[in-house]
Design a protein around this ligand. Structure first.
Ligand code: SAM
Ligand code: SF4
Length: 336
């Protein structure tokens, strides 16, 4: 064995894919109610069903000892979970972890940006679908644009290496702001990814097939004002990136309806309840909370369960826009 063998990924599924990236949902709760993500009235999980932060930290240790190098904290809104900074600090000190990152709606960033940066988070994603306060309120149902913009400014001041904006592109809802949003990130040296809406969870507010906008349409819109040069950057997920020459900005397009990325899929998710999901679009899972609670603190058992779960990872997802039944998990439970 060569001297680098300890760095080789050890989570390998039946199709030879190496799992090196975990998305961990730390809460299903949120201070927003985005129309594509939640219904107006949501019932959230009882707290006893959620993993504790200590259990999550142990999971992080198990995964990194199995070769995982990147953990993204998501939710729900991760920053509404009490003491979540403790978890960032615990994960941030794990040897083997190269990247600890976060997806947030930005509402609490003003308060937490500096602590996150100090815990070792170097890049963050902030979701932002509109620069118009009324429209922002309509899409999030309750959110304040001012607060999110102040959060983004605080993140810039805290010195993250990169801030990326995530925008769900929706026809007749925010598609007329695509160019403005790109301008916004270009001026601030940030990146932006446009996400196609995914059919996750039952929502009441709109018909997804009507608001659906493909990445190709979004890209054509951007190309009307900005030069786009394809980049070969790949994160092993459903995102493709383009550069805007003369700027620091990368533009990503996340097309979950495409199957092209499944072959290179390098990721798994852990739900708030400790269910290890092997594919965002399928139900294959393993209950890691059961292992954690039957054998508290037993790192080896946890690692065995994770290795065994690799056998369950399916070849690909199966999203269809118009077909029902759809998956009954909301994005806030699986971790976006
Ligand atoms: N609350 C945080 C936030 O909004 O960034 C993190 C969790 S949220 C579920 C993660 C990402 O998923 C957000 O960028 C959000 O816009 C996106 N999202 C939620 N529901 C979606 C859906 N049905 N289709 C596509 N993207 C969705
Ligand atoms: Fe909350 Fe994020 Fe879902 Fe919006 S997308 S409701 S901010 S979890």
């Amino acid at each position: 064995m060569d001297s680098h063998s300890h760095e080789q990924p050890r989570l390998i599924d039946r199709f030879g894919r190496h799992v090196t990236y975990v998305r961990l949902s730390v809460t299903d709760r949120c201070d927003f109610r985005c129309v594509y993500c939640m219904s107006e009235e949501m019932s959230f999980l009882p707290r006893a069903q959620l993993l504790t932060l200590e259990e999550m930290a142990l999971l992080g240790r198990a995964f990194t000892e199995l070769g995982v190098t990147k953990i993204r904290i998501t939710g729900g809104e991760p920053l509404v979970r009490k003491n979540v900074i403790w978890l960032f600090q615990a994960l941030g000190s794990l040897p083997g972890l190269k990247e600890l990152t976060l997806t947030t709606n930005g509402s609490q960033l003003q308060r937490y940006a500096t602590a996150l940066r100090q815990a070792g988070v170097r890049r963050i994603n902030v979701s932002l679908d509109s620069l118009d306060p009324d429209r922002f309120r309509a899409i999030t149902r309750v959110g304040s644009l001012d607060k999110v913009l102040a959060g983004i400014a605080a993140a810039q001041a805290a010195g993250f290496d990169k801030i990326k904006i995530n925008t769900v592109a929706m026809k007749n809802r925010n598609d007329d702001e695509i160019l403005d949003l790109v301008q916004f990130v270009v001026e601030r040296g940030m990146d932006i990814s446009f996400i196609e809406e995914m059919p996750l969870g039952l929502i009441t507010e709109h018909d997804r097939a009507e608001t659906y906008m493909s990445s190709d349409e979004v890209r054509a819109r951007i190309a009307s004002r900005f030069e786009l040069v394809p980049s070969n950057v790949s994160t092993g997920g459903p995102a493709r990136y383009w550069l805007i020459p003369g700027t620091a900005t990368k533009v990503g397009f996340i097309s979950p309806h495409s199957h092209n990325f499944c072959d290179a899929c390098n990721r798994v998710r852990v739900t708030t309840e400790g269910r290890l999901l092997l594919c965002l679009g399928q139900e294959h899972s393993m209950d890691l909370k059961r292992v954690l609670r039957a054998h508290p603190g037993d790192l080896e058992r946890l690692k065995q369960a994770i290795v065994a779960a690799m056998e369950l990872k399916p070849k690909g997802h199966d999203f269809k826009l118009n077909e029902k039944p759809i998956l009954f998990r909301h994005m806030s439970v699986t971790g976006g």
